[in-house]
Design a protein around this ligand. Sequence first.
Ligand SMILES: [Zn+2]
Length: 239
Amino acid sequence: MRKLLGITDIVRKFLRIQIENGLSTSFWQDPWTIYGSLLRYVGLTGPRSLRIPLSSSVSQAVAGDSWLFPGVRLDRLQQVLAHISTIPPPSPDGPSDSALWKYKEEDFRPYFSSSRTWNLTRTVHVIAPWSSIVWFPLAIPRHAFLHWQVMLSRLPTKDRLQQWGITSDATCRLCDGEDESHQHLFFGCTYASHLWRHFGEVCWADPPSDLVGILAWLSRPDHAASRNRRKIVKRLFAS
Ligand SMILES: [Zn+2]
């Protein structure tokens, strides 16, 4: 229940009521100004200070064709009234009030965009320089996910399992030589490096021998120009 109430608070920040006739919008409860719920912003003394009852609609704060407010001393109320004075007063002949969704900061629109809303709720981090070789159109999701773990060195390779006390033997099963680490598994291992060089050289000469080198290799001007070949190498490496 507490979580649901928390979600309601989040949704409230993304909703703005556009005032038309003001009949269905609560003056104190609904988010029709930049301050959200005026009752929350001003406090419980607001209705008495403005002489507008808690149950009033926005249309009840208007006389004729202008807003009707008494003089107030509280800074916060003065600030709210200054803002409301910039909003056209509701017209009794106008259409019904409508809900708008946040599109970007102080830009509300009459439709909901899930991508915009997601971007407004999340913390945006710097894009990793290698992101385009992991996530690209038509990438196989399972390969992309594994590739992402590889670039972060987060695969459960044997050297890590040994550190965690899950296994005592970290020897690479492909070559039975060195310990199985990220660098070894993809480039150091005689078996894996043989496969990588064999297929990599089909596309371009000198396939790199470490993860960081892949990005520079793909970005070389002569390689970047061959878009189809670039796609093949990306898929080859991911698989
Ligand atoms: Zn090996």
